[in-house]
Design a protein around this ligand. Structure first.
Ligand SMILES: *Cc1c(COP(=O)(O)O)cnc(C)c1O
Length: 404
């Protein structure tokens, strides 16, 4: 049973999706692996299938696992609670969530306004026109001018992957007018940002990142208070089949109670590391919302509860320095992805944003010298020792390259 009193976020992270446990007599989320369900009356089963195929919620047993799964529904309920949403729809990956949102809300022939930079995969999906959707890419100031009569969605990331650009969501919502705004809030998680409070209609996460948090699950999720949009997106999931596996949903449910602790611990580490990294002579600039001067619109406190734990460095020595830096790391892992308990480092231009048009990469500051760091929850001093040693070596590589 849900407590009568509204829970504070940290309590919600522990209990959301689990309010029926006492009634069920369990202490961990039950995993339902059924691919199909025994049906009762044929007429009722047929009606249930029809309702689910159109994005409705189950009244009976869900009929078939592509239409509904109770373990996945638990994760969706928890995530909706954390975002302050009525509905959440979970997917097999973040990109499956992006795709279903585009197909459900925009559809072939429609138009999207997208603020760059975006995650490389999202940029590529839109720029390729693979879904039959046309996209106008803009910077935050260009949204209003880019809206057309056939514009069905404005897509934005804040902080953006990988430059940590911050976007004022209330300004985007105002510029979008009646067009719904979808924000990819992966870098913040609901612990640090709840975009639906700012007039945004859809909030999306790659749950592969901090929501899963342990590098062992691939998942995506979209949350909204708009029942019509939720049904449209859910019906795309039923038809296209990009469902979340119940075992993955279990791992996500297992990770959510510690989400606030992990997010705050990693953020505290980032706060120790960012100013030290900025002082290192191999580093030209540090991009992190908590750096002095980074939060020009004073969004921290108003839109975000904190700067988060992803930062980016621009190395003086460009490609040669980056290659030496990533090779010299002994504690941090050279790998794509982010939001894990361990620290992950990668060069966006070669990896996560390789598929983005080179001209757009340059225009949005994704240079060869840019390194993205997802700070983990290790001891900050161990991380600093690892980074400072690797940066010292990168500087030697830079001097050798310049001397040549
Ligand atoms: C990783 C990521 C995605 C894609 O998610 P997958 O789970 O890898 O499909 C989308 N947006 C952002 C901001 C990401 O970091």
């Amino acid at each position: 049973m849900r407590p009568a009193k509204k829970l504070r976020p940290d309590s919600l992270a522990v209990h959301a999706g689990r309010f029926d446990f006492a009634e069920l007599g369990v202490h961990a989320p039950p995993i339902d692996l059924s691919s199909t369900y025994p049906l009762g009356d044929l007429g009722a089963a047929g009606e249930e299938l029809e309702a689910l195929a159109h994005g409705g919620k189950p009244t009976g047993n869900g009929v078939y696992a592509r239409l509904h799964n109770p373990t996945v529904a638990r994760f969706e309920e928890a995530l909706a609670d954390l975002e302050g949403a009525s509905d959440a729809i979970a997917f097999s990956s973040g990109m499956a969530a992006v795709t279903a949102t585009l197909l459900g809300v925009v559809g072939a022939g429609g138009h999207v306004v997208a603020i760059r930079p975006l995650y490389g995969g999202t940029d590529h999906l839109l720029a390729s026109r693979m879904l039959g959707i046309e996209t106008t890419f803009v910077d935050p100031a260009g949204v209003a001018a880019a809206i057309r009569p056939d514009t069905r969605l404005v897509l934005v990331e804040t902080p953006a992957n990988p430059t940590l650009q911050l976007v004022d969501l209330e300004q985007v919502v105002a510029a979008a007018g009646t067009v719904p705004v979808c924000v990819d809030s992966t870098f913040m998680t609901p612990v640090l940002q709840q975009p639906l409070r700012h007039g945004v209609r859809l909030v999306l996460h790659s749950a592969t990142k901090a929501l899963g948090g342990h590098g062992d699950v691939l998942a995506g999720v979209v949350a909204t208070n708009d029942v019509g949009l939720a049904a449209a997106i859910r019906s795309v999931r039923v038809v296209t089949g990009a469902v979340l596996h119940p075992l993955a949903a279990f791992l996500l449910l297992r990770a959510l109670p510690t989400l606030p602790l992990r997010v705050r611990a990693a953020q505290a580490n980032a706060a120790i590391l960012a100013p030290r990294l900025a002082e290192h002579p191999a580093v030209r600039r540090v991009f992190w919302p908590g750096m002095p001067g980074a939060d020009v619109d004073a969004l921290i406190g108003r839109q975000m509860a904190g700067p988060g734990s992803v930062l980016a460095l621009e190395l003086e020595g460009g490609q040669a320095a980056v290659e030496t830096f990533v090779r010299s790391l002994e504690l941090a892992t050279h790998a794509v992805s982010l939001g894990a308990t361990d620290t992950l480092v990668q060069q966006p231009a070669s990896l996560t944003h390789r598929v983005v048009d080179p001209e757009a990469r340059r225009a949005t500051g994704i240079s060869e010298g840019l390194v993205r760091i997802s700070v983990g929850i290790e001891d900050a001093e161990d991380l600093w020792e690892d980074f400072s040693r690797a940066l010292d070596r990168a500087m030697v590589a830079q001097e050798v390259a310049v001397g040549r």
